[in-house]
Design a protein around this ligand. Structure first.
Ligand SMILES: Nc1ncnc2c1ncn2[C@@H]1O[C@H](COP(=O)(O)OP(=O)(O)O)[C@@H](O)[C@H]1O
Ligand SMILES: [Mg+2]
Length: 313
């Protein structure tokens, strides 16, 4: 079994090289190095290309700390798939789990099976008959791109007929984003309390981020204990059901006391000052160093300790 200290490689690709210009920069990489326990040997490399030579270089390390959110035309899921295929131990969820998480079209069947709510997917007949506001988003979208809100009088037919888009009823409720991260010993996962995404201007409708008016995060939302616990329970169950590991962040909306799952992010950004997940951690007394070392413990346990436990079982 590989014990500490570990030879860790931080694998990243700069924002300019990621397909959607994710928030990854030198500051994030420096913070990661500073966060990692001094006992480990840490090396940094930029993603290079998917060839055998680069794979054999990565294989020299005990653990690849993966903050590569894609490279040129490859998505973060493609990168995880390539690392999996080359049996390189890495700190992101598997290709299979990421494929499920990124497919918003799978949420209805998944949630249905688990007894959770998620907005229905409307087919063209239902769209034509729907009274009220609808929301269109790309099936495999991220970072709030390509979202349109419309009602029955303004259906954007060209977008609606595009098979890569989904249409749902607009859930006119409060929005929360919910972080899951590893426990201290890395052997399990915990869900932190939901934080609320609030529009700066009180509007009838809003989209998280900047797409439709700015929003901010309220780290101490007024929310009943039972609802808070229900949200956390649903999100953690979903994280586990999908087979996610390490961190994830799930967006939900609550309407009429029902918790609707909107979106599961398998590789939340971890820019130390700006990204939601580290900030939610700080608010719960978890420093950046603690967060990163929990990730290392989690994947060390997954790749090395668990294997050993299985061998002796
Ligand atoms: N059915 C919906 N009803 C209301 N708002 C929604 C709905 N789906 C998405 N949104 C809004 O759009 C934002 C982005 O959608 P989301 O599904 O999280 O995709 P992305 O992967 O782009 O983050 C959500 O955070 C939420 O504000
Ligand atoms: Mg989202």
């Amino acid at each position: 079994m590989k014990t500490f200290p570990l030879n860790i490689l931080i694998l990243y690709s700069d924002s300019a090289f990621t397909p959607w210009k994710e928030n990854i920069n030198a500051q994030t990489v420096v913070s990661l190095v500073q966060a990692m326990s001094l006992q480990h040997h840490v090396t940094i490399t930029h993603f290079n290309c998917m060839d055998d030579c680069f794979a054999s270089f990565l294989k020299r390390f005990d653990l690849v700390y993966n903050v590569c959110y894609g490279f040129e035309n490859y998505s973060q899921t493609d990168i995880a798939g390539w690392l999996d295929a080359n049996e390189i131990p890495h700190t992101s969820s598997s290709y299979a789990a990421q494929m499920i998480a990124q497919d918003k079209g799978m949420l209805p069947s998944l949630c249905d099976e688990m007894g959770l709510y998620t907005p229905r997917l409307l087919d063209i007949e239902e769209i034509l008959q729907h009274k009220g506001t609808m929301l269109l988003k790309p099936r495999f979208g991220s970072l709030h791109r390509g979202i349109h809100i419309f009602n029955e009088h303004q259906i954007p037919f060209n977008l609606v007929l595009d098979k890569d888009n989904l249409v749902q009823p607009y859930i006119n409720g409060k929005e929360f984003t919910v972080a899951v991260l590893p426990t201290e010993d890395g052997k399990s996962s915990v869900c932190l309390p939901p934080v609320e995404v609030v529009p700066f201007e009180q509007k009838e409708m809003f989209i998280a981020g900047n797409a439709s008016g700015k929003t901010y995060i309220n780290y101490e939302p007024a929310i009943e204990t039972t609802l808070r616990e229900r949200i956390m329970n649903h999100v953690l169950r979903l994280h586990r059901r999908i087979g996610l590991m390490g961190m994830s962040r799930t967006d939900v909306r609550v309407l009429d006391n029902k918790v609707y799952i909107l979106d599961v992010n398998a590789m939340p950004n971890i820019e130390p000052k700006q990204s939601f997940l580290p900030n939610i951690g700080y608010y719960n007394g978890i420093t950046y160093a603690e967060l990163i070392n929990r990730m290392v413990n989690c994947f060390h346990h997954h790749y090395y300790q668990r294997q050993k436990e299985k061998m002796y079982a």
